[in-house]
Design a protein around this ligand. Structure first.
Ligand code: 13P
Length: 256
């Protein structure tokens, strides 16, 4: 049985003080043993220590939003996997569309980051998703397959349990527009078939495929009820303890 993964991507919001306050609210609401799925929050790097500290005594894991491929060295402004582990994180988001769009991350770079993250014992949440014009011209599967190809070559099927894919159609991120449950299911099923073709059926079932793009309490139940939707990567609605908690509750009410 797959557990849902409910992951909050806080993006470039909430410095240490505000991030600790939000984590503190979540900590009060969700003490250890209070949910059965997996829950993750991903603060901006500078807020990680405060959040890790505030979440002690809970089962909520912490993620970062990016890493470099080297362990250390002259890479001003970057953070590395040993640092991320030392800080107490278990997950890394890789290849978010905002990193691809604004920071020039290529499929090759995303693949090498995923390889590094998994080799170092962290879980990788690799984001894929088409832009609006690609959805309009019907090339969304081709686009997503290309984004996945390099990553699936870079990591081994034996690591499938540490590999999470987030399908985030770019046109649905921060826009209030959501993929319909049918559109999400169709793409998630396609992604699983790509993983099964490249690896095998069992590994494709181990990989969790999250939906991201304006997921919120009002639409989460429909999306999470789809066969191949194994959780959510949530931006806006993860920035408030109430709405994020509602999402955790919805996932709890729908056992996989
Ligand atoms: P929103 O939920 O704000 O649309 O953001 C989605 C996202 O990009 C999560 O990584």
């Amino acid at each position: 049985m797959t557990k849902f993964l409910i992951a909050g991507n806080w993006k470039m919001n909430l410095g240490p003080t505000d991030a600790a306050a939000l984590a503190g609210e979540l900590s009060k609401k969700w003490p250890s043993g209070s949910f059965s799925n997996d829950v993750v929050v991903s603060p901006t790097a500078i807020s990680v220590p405060a959040v890790v500290d505030a979440l002690k005594g809970t089962d909520i894991a912490v993620s970062v939003q990016n890493v470099h491929t080297e362990d250390s060295g002259a890479f001003t402004g970057e953070i590395s996997t040993p640092m991320v582990k030392d800080a107490g994180c278990k997950y890394v988001i890789i290849g978010h569309s905002e990193r691809r769009e604004y920071f020039g991350e290529t499929d090759e770079l995303v693949a090498s980051k995923a390889k590094k993250v998994i080799a170092d014992g962290l879980r990788a949440i690799v984001c894929v998703g088409e832009k609006l014009e690609e959805r309009k011209d019907g090339s969304q599967q081709k686009v997503v397959k290309k984004q996945l190809d390099g990553v699936l070559s870079a990591i081994d099927s034996s690591d499938s349990k540490n590999f999470v894919i987030a399908y985030e159609p770019v046109w649905a991120i921060g826009t209030g527009e959501t993929a319909s449950p049918e559109q999400a299911q169709e793409m998630h099923n396609y992604i699983r078939s790509v993983v099964a073709d490249r690896w095998d059926e069992t590994a494709s079932k181990n990989v969790r495929i999250l939906y991201g793009g304006s997921m919120k309490p009002a639409n989460a139940e429909e999306l999470l009820s789809q066969d191949d939707v194994d959780g959510g990567l949530i931006g806006g609605a993860s920035l408030k303890a109430d709405s994020f908690s509602e999402l955790i509750e919805i996932a709890e009410s729908l056992s996989k």
